[in-house]
Each structure stands twice: as structure tokens, then as C-alpha cells.
Write a protein that binds this ligand. Structure first.
Ligand code: BG6
Length: 458
């Protein structure tokens, strides 16, 4: 059966500045938390590889954009590095950086690829983190000023903006589970950082409303939560996981308000963040136009088997346990579950409960360790990735047939890139990158994706 996508469907991929650009100490860039963390704890990073060089896009962007064109991209999402554009996070613009991002945008447009720009992809400027990062409301305000600079400089050419990529990840990683800087475990701070990130997003959106004539949104990693059984205790546990991991950002972004159940839970455990008068209106008046959905894997949940230790730090896991569903399909090369229908469930939820907001799949992808072993005759034969993408596209197509407003599909990622702590352990790209020569080579999936995007279906 031919799966044909609606006319104008967005085919492309996504990346982020720290993971792709390299040149971390060139071009007047200031330090971000990743540059800093690598300096102080290099042992944290897989194979001891840090963010200095990554995939070298800073110097090779023209050739790389030609490679995007080569495989049929009509859209591409990348992020601007706050610490490159405004070293230190506040103060004068680094004109060399401003020219670089302007050139990237112009080159994309020249090749017929629409730029989608993310303003923040996990990369807090070091000086802003020294002031407490998003724990400190001043930093949220500084973020909005940086966003304004971006809108002023590039708003004539960029018509799709995203305030944050996966805003929950720095909260989880930095303040609960120890995989992002500042790697502390403190539920109260986590709650404050999550809240101020939403305030920062709303402030940036309000700036955009003054000058922008395109669309502005956010990118959320939505993990549909499935209970082990229909038993009320499992269902309740799953709903709480959904509140923490999805609705804590989805509701304020799309509906302009937090779920009452989440507020009640935080109040009951004395974890409500500090709020200011007027915040409710700020959030209500600055909802998004467009939602990017990153989907990798679902969350399987069961009722808590043992009461949490009241002495242990407050965590979402106080209220549920993870559940390894027997027989679930796994990515054997990364250890994450593969559940293609999750994409359909997310889209139907957006249709039914979030006003059928315009959305797209902004990341979906399959990480593979030691991917070189699949190389034959000079090409990585990543049939597993083709099957993975196809399986998700089929469900996405079904959701569209049932009336969801899903406008595109972007793979994570365009070419193999550096990842937070995992460095180059898991490879995700359409293009393989040789880290010694920096040569890019298309994988089999790149050729396949070219056909799909050119035919607008498969
Ligand atoms: C996504 C992030 O959640 O996961 C990316 O937006 C990240 O920045 C990707 O690289 C894959 O993560 P990992 O740890 O498998 O390399």
C-alpha cells in the first residue's frame, strides 16, 4: 500500500549547535556548561571525547547543507548557540557568530531548505549557570533578551522558531538524575528550574509576538505512559508519570496553564516553585503556535511496590515504578524500547486534548553502538534504521488520515554527532562521520530517505 503524505510535508532532520558545530573555542564563542563540565570532569564523557570538535559543521556548513539537499530535505532544524551569539549570555552580540548563523540560514534558503531554529538545546552559557541557571529568574529574562536578538537578526528569513528543545531533560539531568551539569539532586530546585524554563519560553514568545510574522513553538520529548494493567493503582501510577514527564511542559505550552493535579501533588509535598504575580497571565497569553514532538520510546509504568523512603530526595519515582513489559521490542544496539504506535497515540492525544495543535515529529531516531560493523563495500547498511523510520511513518500516516495536524517528520539526526556524555557512542545519522578524517558518507538510510522525501511517501 502506498503511503502518500499531504502536499508540502516537511522532510528533514534535526541537530543542535553543541553536538554538531565544533569550533567550541573559535569565533569568539563563550563557554557553555558542556565546555566547562568537560574541562573539570572529562572522565564523565564516553571515550573521554568532549565538545571541542564534534562534527565540524562550523567550518563545513556549506558542504553539509549540500548533503542535506542531496537527500531531499526541504526543512532542517538546528539550534543557535546562546554562548556563541552572546558570549556570557548577556551583553554585546558576537558579530562573527551573527554572521555565521546568517550564512547558515542563507545557504539553507539558497538550497530550498526551510530553516527551523531552536533557541536553546541544553547549552546554558557558563556565566548564566554561575548565576544559578534557570533557578534564577534573571536568567529567564536574559534568555528572552537573547531570543529578541535572534528574532531581530533572522526573523526576516526564519519563520519557524522553537524556544526550547526538550526542556525537561536539563531538569532531569541537572537536578534529579545526575547526567547534565550542574549534576545535583534536589527536587525543589528541579521544580523551580522547570517553572522558570516555562517562564523563559513565555517571555520569549511575548517578544516574538511584537516583531514576528512566522510561527513560534517548543520541542517536547513526549513519552506516552502505558500502565502495566487496567488496575486502578497501575493507571494512577501511569497518570502521575504522564503529569511529570509530559503534561508539566505540554499543558502550559499549549493550554497556557498547569494541570491542577500536578499543582496539588507539588503542594502536598511542599515542592511548589516560587511564582510571581502576573505569571498566570503571562503563560495564558503566550501559548505556542506549533509543537515539535520528539519521540524515541514509551514509558511503561506500574504501581509503586514499596513506599518511598521519606528521607530520599523527592522524585517523580516516588509515585510509580518502571515496568519491563515482557515481549516488548527493543533496539538491541541502544537498549531502548521500540514502539512505533506511540507516535500515533501522541498525535491522537494532541488532537483530542490539545485542540489538535499543529505539530510535527521533530526527532525520532535509532542510536546504534559500534555501527561501523554494518559497513560493507564502503557503506553502512542500516536496514534496521530504515525499518525503524518506516514503522513510525506508517503510524504517523494513519494519525494524519484520522485528522491529526502532523506536518512533517525529522530524523535525529542529519549526520553522526556528539551526544551529551555519550559522545560518539550511539550513532544516529543519515551520514556516517569518520572522526579521524571528518569525511561524511551516506548510509543506506540516506538513499532510502531521499526516495521517500522525493516521492512524498513510500
Ligand atoms: C534526544 C536529544 O533526546 O536524544 C539529542 O534531543 C540527543 O540531543 C538524542 O543526542 C540521543 O541521545 P543519546 O544519548 O542516545 O546519544
Amino acid at each position: 500500500m502506498k503511503r502518500e503524505f499531504p502536499e508540502g510535508f516537511w522532510w528533514g532532520s534535526a541537530t543542535s549547535s553543541t553536538q554538531l558545530e565544533g569550533a567550541a573555542s573559535e569565533g569568539g564563542k563563550g563557554k557553555n556548561i558542556w565546555d566547562h563540565w568537560y574541562e573539570v570532569e572529562p572522565g564523565r564523557f564516553f571515550d573521554g571525547v568532549g565538545p571541542e570538535q564534534t562534527s565540524g559543521f562550523y567550518h563545513r556548513y556549506r558542504e553539509d547543507i549540500a548533503l542535506m539537499k542531496e537527500i531531499g530535505h526541504n526543512t532542517y532544524r538546528f539550534s543557535i548557540s546562546w554562548s556563541r551569539l552572546i558570549p556570557g549570555g548577556e551583553g554585546p552580540v558576537n558579530e562573527e557568530a551573527a554572521t555565521f548563523y546568517g550564512n547558515v540560514i542563507d545557504e539553507l534558503l539558497k538550497q530550498g531548505i526551510e530553516p527551523f531554529v531552536t533557541l536553546y538545546h541544553f547549552d546554558m552559557p557558563k556565566e548564566m549557570q554561575d548565576q544559578g541557571g534557570f533557578e534564577n529568574r534573571r536568567v529567564a529574562e536574559a534568555f528572552a533578551r537573547y531570543a529578541k536578538v535572534c528574532f531581530e537578526r533572522y526573523g526576516d528569513r526564519v519563520k519557524k522558531w522553537f524556544t526550547f528543545n526538550e526542556p525537561i531533560v536539563p531538569v532531569e539531568g541537572g537536578y534529579l538524575y545526575d547526567f547534565h551539569y550542574p549534576n545535583i539532586v534536589d527536587g525543589k530546585k528541579a521544580s523551580q528550574v522547570a517553572y522558570h524554563t516555562m517562564i523563559a519560553s513565555a517571555l520569549a514568545i511575548s517578544e516574538y509576538r511584537k516583531v514576528g510574522d512566522g510561527k513560534i513553538g517548543i520541542i517536547l520529548n513526549l513519552t506516552p505512559s502505558y500502565p502495566r494493567s487496567e488496575h486502578p493503582a497501575d493507571v494512577k501510577a501511569s497518570n502521575i508519570a504522564d503529569l511529570f514527564f509530559n503534561r508539566s511542559f505540554l499543558d502550559p505550552s499549549v493550554l497556557g496553564e498547569y494541570p491542577q493535579e500536578l499543582i496539588d501533588l507539588l503542594v502536598a509535598h511542599d515542592h511548589l516553585p516560587a511564582v510571581r504575580e502576573g505569571d498566570r497571565d503571562l503563560l495564558k497569553q503566550n501559548t505556542i503556535d506549533l509543537l515539535g514532538v520528539n519521540y524515541y520510546q514509551p514509558r511503561r509504568v506500574k504501581a509503586k511496590e514499596h513506599l518511598p523512603n521519606p528521607e530520599a530526595p523527592f522524585m517523580p519515582e516516588w509515585f510509580f515504578d518502571h515496568y519491563e513489559m515482557p515481549g516488548r521490542k527493543m533496539n538491541p544496539y541502544r537498549g531502548w524500547e521500540i514502539y512505533e504506535k506511540g507516535i500515533y497515540d501522541i498525535m491522537m492525544n494532541l488532537k483530542e486534548n490539545y485542540g489538535n495543535i499543529e505539530s510535527f515529529v521533530s526527532e525520532n531516531g535509532m542510536g546504534v553502538q559500534d555501527e561501523g560493523r554494518f559497513e560493507q563495500d564502503g557503506m553502512i547498511h542500516d536496514d534496521y534504521r530504515i525499518d525503524f523510520i518506516k514503522g513510525h511513518l506508517e503510524w504517523l500516516h494513519t494519525a494524519i488520515e484520522e485528522g491529526c495536524q502532523a506536518k512533517g517528520y525529522h530524523l535525529w539526526t542529519f549526520m553522526d554527532n556528539w551526544s551529551w556524555m555519550n559522545a560518539y557512542k550511539n550513532r544516529y545519522g543519515f551520514y556516517q562521520v569518520d572522526l579521524d578524517t571528518m569525511e561524511r558518507k551516506p548510509k543506506k538510510s540516506a538513499h532510502w530517505f531521499k526516495e521517500v522525501s522525493t516521492q512524498n511517501g513510500f
